[in-house]
Design a protein around this ligand. Structure first.
Ligand SMILES: [Zn+2]
Length: 348
């Protein structure tokens, strides 16, 4: 449990950093799913004859459930044993003594196993090829972890996103929209074209949390916020992916979050594989630019903010609340335009 709270603190700090203004009263449109899901990407491995390969399972709480999807790729003799063991029983199994683990000797071809953590300490996934005398087993596996939130965890996440939502409302004038954190089956985030609701997939939130990459989550959230606000303001460019990235970068520069931009770029760099990206674009007709293009466009805004921010100020100011325009007039930050804010306020 301590483990969760330590990681959770990192997330809390990251999300708090994206608040635009001082905390305000919460709105009701934030929903946190009672169960968060996380996907550990597919991994391939080779288990030699007579060998046991063990991998720690990254459980967060004692109520988690892990779902293993395993594929054994050998042409023949596709069988092996698969177990979930706690530390003590892992040692027993490795010493070929009687171990009490969950699983069985019947993993063949496509195999699935679900388990909760048991015993004390770390749990391990054990790929056991000791029944084979000669054959190395070629395996590919994917883990899906479901974490039911305790009411404390849920309330804390709710509080963070309530404050975020309230601060957006205090900054921008727009019809109300929801912010949802829920499992989607993929590491992603969406802005609904119909309602403007923003969904942050729990897979993405948990990946940011475990990789300590709050900045990447900030960038992705503001990208979705860009789609949402431009959409709700009736801007014809709301659907444009590059425009949404530009909105995110501009808002992050204006609120002094250069470090978060760096983290965001690093996440794109880590996922850079133009061949795979192009295949996805062709298969799904997706409109996102390649990561290499996104990185270069964001870097250009960082390098030459004056080429971008004054234009964005002209677009955004008519949609700022009186209170935010007032703040720009009285306490302008770098690249803000108090004269334009004054004119905008006067014209209301
Ligand atoms: Zn987008």
């Amino acid at each position: 449990m301590m483990f969760w709270f330590r990681k959770y603190k990192i997330l809390a700090t990251a999300i708090l950093a994206i608040l635009l203004l001082t905390p305000a009263k919460p709105r009701a449109e934030v929903r946190i799913s009672p169960i968060l899901q996380r996907i550990i990407p597919e991994t391939s491995d080779r288990v030699k004859a007579g060998q046991v390969v063990s991998k720690p399972i990254p459980f967060v709480t004692r109520s988690d459930v892990v779902h293993l999807k395993l594929r054994i790729d050998n042409a023949v003799f596709k069988g092996m044993s698969v177990w979930v063991c706690d530390e003590n029983n892992r040692r027993m199994l490795l010493a070929r003594r009687n171990a009490r683990c969950i699983g069985g000797n019947d993993a063949v071809g496509h195999y699935q196993l679900s388990a909760k953590p048991y015993g004390t300490g770390v749990n391990y996934l054990m790929f056991d090829n000791t029944r084979s005398l000669l054959l190395t087993k070629k395996i590919r596996y994917l883990l899906v972890l479901n974490t039911p939130l305790t009411s404390n965890m849920r309330q804390s996440l709710q509080g963070i996103f309530d404050r975020l939502s309230a601060n957006i409302k205090r900054t921008f004038k727009a019809p109300p929209f929801g912010i949802f954190v829920r499992p989607c089956g993929e590491v992603n985030a969406f802005s609904s074209g119909r309602t403007g609701d923003i969904t942050l997939c729990s897979e993405l939130v948990l990946e940011a949390m475990f990789a300590k990459k709050g900045g990447m989550l900030t960038g992705i959230f503001f990208h979705e916020l860009g789609h949402t606000l431009l959409n709700l303001w009736g801007d014809p460019n709301w659907h444009n992916e590059r425009t949404a990235d530009e909105f995110a970068a501009v808002v992050m520069i204006l609120s002094g979050q250069q470090n978060a931009i760096q983290n965001w770029i690093r996440w794109y760099e880590a996922n850079e594989d133009w061949v795979r990206e192009a295949q996805i674009i062709v298969a799904t007709k997706d409109l996102h630019p390649l990561n290499v293009q996104r990185i270069s466009a964001i870097r250009d805004i960082q390098r030459y903010p004056s080429n971008y921010i004054p234009r964005w100020n002209r677009l955004i100011y008519p949609h700022l609340t009186d209170r935010e325009l007032d703040r720009i007039i009285t306490a302008p930050r770098r690249f803000e335009n108090p004269r334009l804010a004054k004119m905008t306020l006067k014209g209301r």
